[in-house]
Design a protein around this ligand. Structure first.
Ligand code: 8X3
Length: 252
């Protein structure tokens, strides 16, 4: 069997970047997507000695850019087997009465609309061949609402609904849909949420050993490498110090 083509959004950092590295080692060909072309290029340069890699520089929140990017793929890259909807993030952590509407727009745009735009562009390719695998990055925030999480949680609840909906609507096309729901993973996530404030961004991970991007990549690879008749529908993953969105054991 020829190696599968995996398209990864948000491949320039964190879980997306770790997943790109791990899939490269495991014989997937990669379409790396992100907004930061220099980072995509650096990752492509690093991984091309291991596997075939191409890049698409675009913003998943811009509908026209998304369809143009997918249409621009040369024929040898069009037959996408795996879509990893990883791009996303949190902006702000404020009570709803003080929330920034710009932050709300940003989260809904990337976590919900971005996921939908790229899925809309890629799913028909999978339906046409009655095969494919979609991996959506959800969150524990899509299962439990916590203080000040409001719109971020709502956007991840939406991802949860969309993963379930995709599994149902794509059932007849034998397309696998996996959702991975991490708890505390230390990446650029908190730095973005707290707008570059390093001190605040380090707080969620103080006194515990958080998950790393590699830990999530490992689970994605596991889901992607099950036999054809097996789908890992849903995974929730915490660091051992975490028991729920809000129950976290910290040392010191
Ligand atoms: C990120 C995890 O802890 O902010 O999706 O809900 S958390």
């Amino acid at each position: 069997m020829t190696s599968r083509i995996a398209l990864i959004t948000g491949a320039t950092a964190g879980i997306g970047e770790a997943t790109a590295r791990l899939l490269a080692k495991n014989n997937f060909r990669l379409i790396l997507c992100g907004r930061r072309g220099d980072r995509l290029k650096a990752l492509q340069d690093e991984l091309t000695s291991t596997t075939a890699v191409t890049t698409l520089t675009f913003d998943v929140t811009k509908r026209a850019q998304v369809s143009k990017a997918i249409q621009s793929l040369p024929p040898e890259w069009q037959d996408i087997d795996v879509l990893i909807n990883n791009a996303g993030g949190a902006h702000g952590l404020d009570p709803i009465q003080n929330g920034s509407v710009d932050d709300w727009d940003a989260m809904i745009d990337v976590n919900v609309k971005g996921l939908l735009y790229i899925s809309h562009a890629v799913i028909p390719i999978m339906v046409a061949k009655n095969r494919g695998h979609i991996v959506n990055l959800g969150s524990i925030a899509g299962r439990e609402v916590y203080a000040n999480g409001n719109v971020y949680c709502a956007s991840k609840f939406a991802v949860d609904a969309l993963s379930r909906a995709m599994r149902i609507d794509l059932n007849a096309s034998a397309i696998k849909v996996t959702q991975v729901n991490p708890g505390l993973v230390e990446t650029e996530f908190a730095l973005v949420r707290f707008k570059g404030n390093k001190e605040r961004a380090s707080q969620p991970y103080k006194g515990l050993e958080p998950l790393r991007g590699d830990d999530i990549a490992d689970l994605i690879l596991f889901a992607l490498t099950r036999p054809p008749h097996v789908v890992v529908a849903d995974m929730v993953v915490f660091p051992v110090a975490q028991a729920s969105a809000t129950v976290v054991k910290r040392e010191g």
